[in-house]
Design a protein around this ligand. Structure first.
Ligand SMILES: Cc1cc2nc3c(=O)[nH]c(=O)nc-3n(C[C@H](O)[C@H](O)[C@H](O)COP(=O)(O)OP(=O)(O)OC[C@H]3O[C@@H](n4cnc5c(N)ncnc54)[C@H](O)[C@@H]3O)c2cc1C
Length: 536
């Protein structure tokens, strides 16, 4: 059926074509279709989900190949798309276990009293401060939360609606208690470690907590700006429990599948193995796409969930774009710094500091024994090599969700930093297995049996992340979450309102506000914007 819309004086195949079937593209499509638009999603791979995907890499072992835990997914999206009815089930992840070289460990769980007692074993002062810190972060999160659903105002524009939004933000900041104002400014400017130093004295506690500040960035725990990334990871909630993390039953792909099912129910057409080669531009406006197969599809609006390099440099072409925008796209920073090692295991890792298969294995397991360890891991990356002793965040989803591994076997997901996309020497293809060995060795320092229980391993370098998921330079968030690339600067100054210099071409993925993570907010915000700007 062809669609005609008065604002778009030509007949097109679709109202909106969405490029990319990652979770944001799917959220985006679902909202547009629910508002009556005829929507097509085009996904390059055979499977939906982008970086939120589950795949049976080895027979019987299902992996959340890239992203592995969930917290940031916006509750309003879960509600409005009725995702539990479409199969979404989040299983809480209980705490973080950090083994220490001394033979001790730090084990924070969701039970506040228990965690307090555990921290008091290391420092009574910190046990007190932990309570205060938690409250302060919840307040900071509350301040930022409404901003997540906002189309960023353009501070250079005199548009009254933008000015109203700026005023709203100014008022919210003015109404914060003084201490929260200071905290907010500190979070925006300080390093994760400097920020945490103000509260805590226990090295291992600061090291593990600071890890949230470096995820997906090419910065160290002592680099200014990382305190904000810490906050970004605090903004999630599960069933109303603020800053809690969980596993999705069936892996993170089950989240994408639930969103995909809601989208299909709303009428969205989804095509997999349909890579887009070009966005068609005529007289400064997008008119559709050309697939790699050569097929041309027309649409009144094209919306890309890909990052700016993929969207503009590769699919639009610089010739169609203003020179200053081309320069902004070129400058946008990816600098992938993460890798992933997925292990199929014959049993469970046995940590020397807490032997046996206890509940400490059911949460996150963090190889982050000291602040110096974390910073040294970054030192390697700064000079162009992967960390000799990396930071690793592990989960064993098969303990909570047995459906992902054969009986008695397990899957273990190891998120690793640093793995710089640009290596000083050699290539990632040549260094992939050495990187995998380094990760296993780092785990074996604390759980020596790990080498003996590995049945299969999948090693993903930043180059693999780029090749498989189309994430430029392997950046897990479609571009770093650093201050100069956030809010009204994401992805480029003047173009943070999901619109682009090409008329009828929008962006709706993690490269737009409020950024990366399985959050869905960019997809939803961009859909609401398109509906506003193209309503008949
Ligand atoms: C290794 C790793 C670990 C992570 N861990 C976590 C985590 O634990 N928790 C968390 O919240 N977040 C995590 N993230 C981040 C999170 O997964 C991403 O920010 C998020 O999934 C991005 O979603 P998106 O829809 O914006 O983009 P993407 O998932 O990048 O989706 C874009 C889609 O476009 C498709 N595509 C690319 N090129 C084309 C083309 N030419 N034509 C058609 N389609 C195309 C891609 O195949 C992909 O499906 C992780 C990411 C990675 C890579």
């Amino acid at each position: 059926m062809l669609h005609y819309n008065e604002r778009f004086p030509y007949v097109a195949n679709y109202d909106v074509i969405v490029i990319g079937g990652g979770h944001n593209g799917l959220v985006h499509a679902a909202y547009l279709a629910r508002a009556g638009r005829k929507v097509l999603v085009l996904e390059r791979r055979h499977v939906l989900g982008g970086a939120a995907v589950t795949e049976e890499i080895f027979p019987g072992f299902k992996f959340s190949v890239a992203s592995y835990v969930v917290s940031l997914l916006r509750p309003e999206i879960i509600r409005e798309l009725d995702l539990p009815r479409h199969g979404l089930e989040i299983l809480p992840l209980d705490g973080t276990f950090t083994p220490m070289p001394s033979g001790d460990y730090l084990w924070r769980v969701n039970d506040h009293a228990k965690t307090r007692r555990e921290i008091a074993r290391h420092s009574r002062v910190d046990a007190e401060a932990y309570e205060e810190y938690g409250k302060a972060m919840v307040e900071m999160g509350r301040f930022v939360k409404p901003i997540l659903n906002m189309t960023p105002p353009d501070p250079t524009s005199l548009d009254p609606r933008g000015l109203k939004d700026l005023l709203f933000l100014g008022r919210r900041f003015r109404d914060l208690p003084d201490q929260d104002k200071y905290n907010q400014i500190q979070l925006m400017t300080m390093s994760a470690v400097d920020f945490l130093d103000q509260w805590f004295e226990t090295d291992v506690l600061k090291a593990t907590m600071s890890a949230s500040g470096i995820i997906g960035t090419f910065l160290g725990v002592r680099s200014p700006g990382t305190a904000y990334v810490l906050l970004h990871h605090y903004m999630g909630e599960i069933d109303g429990a603020f800053r809690s993390w969980g596993l999705s039953r069936g892996g993170t792909g089950a989240i994408s599948d639930a969103i995909g099912s809601a989208a299909r129910e709303a009428g969205v057409e989804i095509r997999t193995e349909a890579p887009v080669a070009h966005i068609r531009v005529k007289n400064g406006a997008a008119t559709g796409v050309v697939l790699e197969s050569g097929d041309t599809l027309t649409a009144n609006v094209v919306s890309s969930s890909l990052d700016p390099r993929q969207t503009f440099t590769n699919m639009v072409g610089d010739a169609h774009l203003p020179a200053d925008f081309v320069e902004d796209v070129r400058r946008y920073k990816y600098r992938g710094s993460s890798g992933k090692v997925n292990l199929a295991l014959d049993g469970l890792p046995n940590f020397s500091c807490r032997p046996g298969a206890g509940t400490h294995l059911r949460g996150a397991i963090s190889i982050s024994p000291s602040v110096d360890y974390m910073e040294r891991a970054y030192d390697d990356a700064k000079y162009g090599r992967f960390s000799r002793r990396p930071y690793i965040d592990m989960v064993i989803p098969s303990l909570t969700d047995p459906s992902v591994a054969p009986p008695g076997k397990h899957v273990m997901s190891c998120f690793v930093q640093y793995a710089p996309y640009h290596l000083k020497e050699g290539t990632w293809d040549a260094q992939r297995e050495a990187f995998g060995d380094t990760v296993i060795n780092a785990i074996a320092e604390y759980a020596p049996n790990v080498r003996d229980i590995i049945l299969h391993r999948q090693v993903l370098t930043p180059l693999d992340i780029e090749r498989t998921f189309g994430l430029s330079e392997g950046n897990i968030f479609q571009g770093e979450l650093t201050l100069e690339q956030l809010f009204f600067l994401r992805p480029a100054p003047g173009w943070a309102r999901y619109r682009t210099p090409i008329r009828h071409l929008y962006m709706c993925g993690s490269a737009t506000h409020p950024g990366g993570g399985i959050m869905g907010a960019p997809g939803r915000n961009a859909a609401l914007r398109i509906l506003k700007e193209t309503s008949k």
